[in-house]
Write a protein that binds this ligand. Structure first.
Ligand code: FHN
Length: 476
């Protein structure tokens, strides 16, 4: 009887010969690279902090929800369809064939990428996240993986993402895409039979895996390699077919395509609903949490970005005129930044390719405020102990400097008293936008008192959104 020990030995020898022959076809570098597969799910904190640095400093970005849903704009068969505009296919139970007629009418002839990028710049926004594909499955770029896109399926026939990514580069705006894992058009994904959370079969899971590997991932590769995408913002991850293991693999896949890319937590299954932060009890993937239409109560230990609409819908609805005031929008930004987060503020362009005028007006007013107060927002971090005093004062701190900003959301009294901040002796305290050195005194027990002269106080008017006081000192 053959010595059993020899068989494994022979097998190992044959394997070693096979491997070495195979490797002879590859260069030494290729063999070396193949061996060094980076595990992006266990990234060293120093590498993570370096990769996130620009995003943390940016603080403020534009969200864009745009697609065929802008054609009906909330009205289907003459009926005003309740709910957010980009869900009209689901809310009005529109079959794929009928919804495709909207895609065939989607012809944004007035779209001007340069104007959009300049508006982001003028608004003080540092990055953009635009829907490459929302749940309806329609692509805003020329995909080779699908004909259901703006070039092959609509009368517009031009690549929107190409135009916008190039315009963003010109204005120094980082470019990101929102990509839905859920898909109401692809036959192997949810299709138009999706009815919300439901029981799924092993066949559903097998088909979804085909969609994930043969469609979703190749489309992501197109987006990341063709448009040099800096942010991948996933959504629709809640579908039952999509698993935690697939989420981790998707994160690894995207990082391998572009190691410096930043990916939100909706790439995986860890998000706790609209509160947006990952459950702590497992190794969920994603670089930042995504509170939606809400702001965290207080600071978080991890990175987060609050995404919000300017009215009540993400995708354009002709009947939605419920616009937030610029004061609310700026106060949201201040509150979020004081808690260490980013603000992703949405616009829903029309089917003609125009950003609604009320959005443009608010964005320009936000930009004017930021042109004076931006140093209290950008490149800042939250204070260690307290981000606010009462309801009308927020604090931020310049990264790596002993500069603290006290931001008042209402007109302050003649004497502004601040707790927990000790100015450096002999330093000056100024109101951003004013050259006047303000008189102040500090007592350990009584705190910091800043005396604001009437000549300054009288400049507060109904267009004043908030004031930032610059203090050289430390948190105590
Ligand atoms: O279903 C989407 C919705 O259409 C929109 O895109 C928001 C914005 O992040 N996310 C999902 C709802 O939570």
């Amino acid at each position: 009887m053959k010595k059993l020990i020899n068989i494994p030995l022979i097998a190992l020898t044959l394997l070693a010969i096979t491997v070495s022959c195979k490797n002879q076809d590859k260069t030494a570098q290729e063999v070396k690279e193949e061996k060094v597969k980076v595990d992006y799910l266990n990234e060293p904190k120093t590498d993570f902090d370096e990769r996130m640095a620009w995003w943390r400093n940016a603080r403020f970005g534009m969200f864009i929800h745009w697609g065929p849903y802008a054609v009906p704009a909330g009205i289907h068969h003459g009926e005003n369809i309740k709910g957010i505009g980009e869900w009209i296919m689901f809310n009005a139970k529109i079959p794929i064939a009928e919804y495709e007629t909207y895609a065939k009418q989607f012809n944004p002839a007035n779209f001007n990428a340069d104007e959009w990028a300049k508006l982001m710049k003028d608004a003080g926004m540092k990055y953009v996240v635009i829907t490459s594909k929302h749940h309806d499955g329609f692509g805003l770029w020329d995909s080779k993986v699908s004909q259901y896109d703006i070039v092959d399926f609509s009368p517009y026939k031009k690549d929107i993402l190409k135009q916008l990514s190039e315009a963003c580069k010109k204005y120094g705006i980082k470019f990101g895409t929102y990509h839905s894992i859920m898909d109401w058009h692809h036959p192997n994904a949810q299709g138009d039979t999706y009815t919300g959370s439901r029981d799924i079969t092993d066949e559903d899971k097998a088909e979804f895996k085909i969609y994930l590997e043969a469609y979703l991932k190749p489309q992501l590769k197109e987006l990341i390699t063709q448009y040099d995408t800096d942010i991948m913002w996933f959504d629709g991850e809640w579908v039952e077919e999509f698993t935690h293991d697939q989420g981790k693999a998707l994160y690894q896949y995207v990082r391998e395509l572009k190691p410096s890319i930043i990916i939100n937590n909706r790439v995986d299954k860890g998000r706790q609903g609209m509160q947006g932060m990952n459950k702590a009890d497992a190794d969920y993937a994603g670089d930042f949490g995504t509170p939606e239409q809400e702001i965290l109560e207080s600071a978080a230990a991890s990175d987060w970005e609050s995404c919000m609409t300017m009215n009540d819908t993400w995708g354009f609805k002709s009947q939605d005129h419920n616009w937030k005031s610029t004061t609310v929008l700026v106060h949201n930004l201040i509150d979020i930044v004081a808690k260490g987060g980013n603000y992703l503020l949405n616009v829903g362009p029309t089917a003609e390719g125009l950003i609604p005028e009320p959005s443009v007006e608010r964005l320009k007013e936000m930009g004017t405020w930021l042109s004076t107060n931006g140093e209290a927002i950008y490149n800042t971090e939250r204070l260690k102990n307290h981000f606010k005093q009462g309801e009308d004062i927020r604090f931020t701190k310049k990264k790596g400097a002993n500069t603290i900003y006290a931001i008042t959301l209402k007109k302050p009294e003649t004497v502004l008293t601040l707790n927990g901040i000790e100015p450096e002796q002999g330093s000056s305290i100024k109101l951003l936008g004013s050259h006047e050195n303000l008189t102040w005194e500090y007592h350990k027990e009584l705190g910091l008192k800043i005396y604001i002269p009437e000549s300054v106080l009288s400049t507060w008017n109904d267009k004043t959104l908030a004031w930032s006081f610059k203090i050289i000192g430390k948190e105590v």
